[in-house]
Design a protein around this ligand. Structure first.
Ligand code: NCD
Length: 304
């Protein structure tokens, strides 16, 4: 049985196949609408979510399946002290596949060790978010037509932002990728990603605090929210939350075919005047998330 805990649980070939299936789903929705008849996904969300949880649920419903779950820890028996391992073991009896989001890094991995059904990590603390990365890869493939030969700017909270950790890990397996890491000094990319992923794979990268410095070089600009819930003190969050606000002015030097992405939710980091720019891809990106999750559910349930 296969789980998806870390993006590296999937080979590049498997990711290519998922992207191919997702594109086929987009083109032929009807063909897939009964693939999961009689199947149920459980979404166990111990942390807030809109897109991730609802896109998993929409994905299963789009495949003809059913949905159950909870959207906050307080409404589950975890609030009585039940362990994640026990909760998952039981939910596996009521469902065929589980998507779990948890504030503790590694919780979905722990859950997978005892689970009788496939577990999907839907975000664990400031660690990983592999299905957001699948969403991002499908978006880049559809919008840029390739996953290699790209200069990618990652901007915002690179320390606590789990989406960028998984994205860097995934992209480091493609050819000729360069990263521009744009963050305040306090929120730089963790050392373990720089050493064990970027440097180990000889990926070119540079770090800057200035969002405009390399704007003209970027093929993709991936904005992120400052992760309020991971801060130890409110004053630091308040000081850093509006560090970057992307607006039309800052895009003046950007390429005509730049792809602007954001996993969402957006707080202040992209001004709404960018929304109608043809380079803004973040709302489309959220839509792609449903289709790649449909492809993932089919794969993990071994449905052809
Ligand atoms: C992201 C997350 O939860 O890490 N959201 C999402 O899943 N689309 C990004 C964020 O919350 O900032």
């Amino acid at each position: 049985m296969k789980h998806l805990i870390d993006i590296k649980d999937l080979s590049v070939e498997e990711i290519d196949e998922l992207i191919k299936v997702a594109k086929d789903i987009i083109a032929n929705k009807e063909k897939y609408s009964h693939k999961c008849d009689g199947k149920t996904i459980a979404t166990l969300f111990f942390e807030p979510s809109t897109r991730t949880r609802l896109s998993f649920e929409a994905a299963m419903i789009g495949l003809g399946g059913q949905v159950l779950g909870f959207s906050e820890a307080a409404s589950s028996s975890v609030s009585k002290g039940e362990s994640v391992a026990d909760t998952t073991r039981i939910v596996g009896v009521y469902s065929d596949i589980i998507a779990m989001r948890h504030p503790k890094e590694g919780a979905p991995l722990v859950a997978s060790l005892k689970s009788v059904v496939p577990i999907i990590n839907a975000g664990d603390g400031g660690h990983n978010h592999p299905t957001q990365t699948l969403t991002d890869l499908l978006t880049i493939q559809c919008e840029k037509g390739r996953l290699d030969n790209l200069t990618i700017g990652l901007c915002g909270d690179l320390k606590f932002g789990r989406t960028v950790h998984s994205l860097v890990t995934a992209m480091s397996r493609y050819k000729n990728i360069k990263f521009i890491l744009i963050s305040p000094k306090e929120l730089v990319m963790p050392e373990y990603i720089k050493k064990d992923v970027l440097e180990k794979n000889n990926i070119e990268y540079c770090e800057t605090t200035d969002i405009e410095e390399y704007m003209d070089k970027l093929d993709v600009l991936y904005m992120t929210r400052v992760q309020k819930e991971r801060f130890f003190n409110e004053a630091d969050y308040v000081r850093l939350k509006d560090y970057y606000i992307l607006n039309k002015e800052k895009l003046k030097k950007a390429k005509e075919d730049l792809c602007i992405m954001h996993p969402l939710p957006r707080v202040n980091e992209i001004s709404t005047d960018v929304d109608d720019d043809k380079r803004a891809c973040y709302f489309k990106q959220a839509e792609y998330g449903k289709y790649i999750r449909m492809a993932l559910i089919l794969k993990l349930l071994e449905i052809k």
